[in-house]
Design a protein around this ligand. Structure first.
Ligand code: FDA
Length: 395
């Protein structure tokens, strides 16, 4: 005899735990299973251990999804203010950082503890180190063969996340379930991920590893971010690169404005006037890290000579160079370091109001497993909370 539950949730991460708590509060009998030893591993390591759990400013435009309207309903059914209210109810201290990002003051552990406290209901059972071997559709719902026993449920929620950071237990399980039930997929790729560079640039810039520069960056589709760029020994990282990586496809260039708040031609003209014998290297080192300027000179990208020797055409071309520094990344560091997975279960297959598969009654998806990926800044967790909450209302 199979154990019967109203709802089985696969994945005890951010979305799965939120969904379990909400379905449990409705009086549904819930089983949440995870193959990991413990719940919420990604929450624990997120935001440098402080979990950037949401953002003051959340709209559907902060998400990458083939259907730009899909996220709207869930984000309005469960908003950042709802999550902040839950945080306040559990007396978790938090702080605002730049761009409206909210972090725990103490530890991301508090978020996991809060979700577990919300799940602490007689209606909710959790099982860890639990593998799902097989799922079949029955007349009344689903039958799941687990490594321990067989369970049946009316509603099945897939909250197994994306592919990023396989060493934290990420698997393609959710995509396989979607395919088993005939749901279309949007091809997956790593998002919010550092860029690698071609050999010559990688070698030239490796010595700048650790240097950060405030820049603006633009993808070929016109998407634009203003944040900090970090040189690494593998290539380019920092918030601005992670953000733009979600809008980049192999073969494309990104255009970086290394001096977003400076008119370089005006500045160079003024410097030439006041100090005509000063070298370009010294002049530019007042605006940007000296080692970066030296590397650009060593590569022959710019020529170093006294400012008085620069004519107007050369000043204009220096201005253009620094305001639109064009880089063609070799690739990304991939799922090993990506914060998120772009693509996933095609949202055309799902109801934006309930997260239920349109063609498979009783089958729900929540969180990163679907083709909804947020910007850096707490948006991916907000999607997990919102979609998990919504699935929990209907499953
Ligand atoms: P999540 O990955 O959280 O959970 C999926 C669960 O399913 C896991 O517990 C996993 O073990 C389980 N599972 C997978 N396969 C299974 C299987 N076959 N059988 C059983 N269980 C299975 N976002 C943000 O907003 N702010 C931040 O600060 C950060 N920081 C951050 C840092 C790092 C290093 C990473 C990698 C990611 C972030 N993110 C983030 C992104 C955020 O962590 C992510 O989007 C959410 O955790 C997604 O929540 P889900 O519940 O969908 O998946």
């Amino acid at each position: 005899m199979a154990n019967k539950f109203d709802v089985v949730i696969i994945g005890a991460g951010a979305a799965g735990l939120m969904c379990a708590a909400e379905a449990g509060k409705r009086g549904r009998s819930v089983l949440v299973v995870d193959h990991a030893k413990k719940p919420g591993r990604k929450i624990l390591i997120s935001g440098g251990g402080r979990c950037n759990f949401t953002n003051y400013d959340v709209t559907a435009s902060n998400f990458v999804c083939r259907n730009p309207h899909f996220a709207k309903s869930a984000l309005s059914q469960y908003t950042q203010w709802d999550f902040i209210a839950m945080i306040a109810k559990h007396n978790i201290a938090y702080e605002e950082r730049s761009h409206g990002q909210l972090f725990c003051e103490d530890s991301a552990k508090e978020i996991v503890q809060m979700l577990l406290a919300e799940c602490d209901l007689p209606t909710v059972e959790q099982r860890y180190r639990c593998d799902v071997h097989d799922i079949t559709k029955t007349d009344s719902g689903f039958r799941l063969k687990l490594n321990t026993d067989t369970v049946e449920c009316e509603s099945l929620v897939i909250a197994t996340g994306g592919l990023s950071m396989p060493k934290l237990g990420a698997t393609p399980f959710g995509y396989q379930v979607a395919e088993q039930f005939g749901l279309k997929m949007v091809p997956t790729t790593a998002g919010l991920v550092p860029f690698t560079l071609h050999k010559e640039e990688k070698e030239a810039f490796a010595e700048l590893s650790g240097i950060a520069v405030p820049v603006t960056i633009e993808a070929e589709d016109g998407t634009y971010f203003k944040e900090s760029l970090l040189f690494t020994h593998r290539g380019l990282s920092g918030p601005v690169i992670l953000q733009i990586s979600s809008y980049w496809t192999p073969g494309q260039k990104v255009t970086i404005n290394l001096l977003p708040d400076v008119s370089l031609s005006d500045t160079l003209r003024a410097m030439r006037e006041s100090n005509p014998n000063q070298s370009l290297k010294i002049a530019l080192s007042r605006l940007l890290p000296k080692r970066l300027i030296e590397v650009l000179i060593e590569r022959g990208d710019i020529t170093d000579k006294p400012l008085k020797q620069y004519n107007e055409k050369e000043v204009a071309s220096l201005d253009a160079y620094f305001h639109s520094w064009s880089i063609a990344p070799n690739g990304t560091e991939g799922y090993r370091t990506a914060e998120v997975t772009l693509g996933g279960v095609d949202t055309d297959e799902l109801s934006s109001k309930t997260m239920e598969a349109k063609q498979v009654p009783g089958l729900y998806f929540a969180g990163e497993v679907m083709d909804v990926s947020g910007w850096l800044g707490g948006y991916n967790f907000q999607w997990a909370w919102s979609s998990g909450y919504v699935a929990g209302q209907y499953a």
